[in-house]
Write a protein of this length. Sequence first.
Length: 230
Amino acid sequence: MHWSYTVTMILSLSIFIAGIIGVLRFAQIPEIYRPFIYLIWIGCITEVLSIYFAYRYHNNLAIQTIYTLLESLLLLWFFARLGIFKTHKKFVYLLGSVFVISWAIDNFWSGAFGSRYSFYFDMIYALFIVLLSIRAINNLLFTEKELLKNPTFLICMGLMIFFTYQIIQRMFGLYGLKDTMQFRSSVQRILNLINCFTNLIFALAVLWMRKRKPFTMQFGTFDQPAETSR
C-alpha cells in the first residue's frame, strides 16, 4: 500500500467523530467527563492547524509540541475528576508541575522547540497516563458490570493502547534504529493506525456518556396509583 500524507491526514481527522458527537450531546454529558471533551475539541483544532502548518510551512511540530502539554494537563484534570487522587490530592499538583517542567526542559533547554519531538517528556507523561488508566480501570472492575458501555473504561483502554505504543515509538526514536528511514516510517504508520483506532474508541465513549436520571419515589394508595408523566 502506498502510504501518503493524505492517508495520514484522513486517519488523524478521525478525532472529529468524537468531537462532533461531543458537540451534539454536550448537554447530556456529565461534568466528570468535561475535561476529556475539551481535550477532544482541542485535538480537533490541533489537527486543522497541523494540516495548515504542514502545507504552509512544511513543519507542524511546534503545534504538536504545544498540544502534548495541553493534553497531559487536561488528562491529569480528567483523572482528578475521576477521583484517582482522592486520597493524595497534592499529588495532582506535583504531577502537573513535573509535566510542565519536563516539557519546558525538553523543548527549551536544548533549544529544540519545533525542530524535533519532545522525546523525554512524551515518554514521562505517557507512562503516567498509562499507570493512571490502569488505576482507573482497576477501580471499575469492582463496581461496573457492563464495562464496554462504561465511558471511563473505554477512554482508559484507548489511552493505554495509544500511550503504550507512543512510549515504544519514542524509545525507538531515541535509542534504536533511528537512522533507518524505512523502519521509522513503518513505526509511524502503525502509530497513525493506532491513533485512528483509539479515536473511534473515544467516539464510542462519548456516545455512551449520559447523565444519570435522579431517583424519584412516587407515592400512591393501593386503589389509586400515582400519576405518571407523559
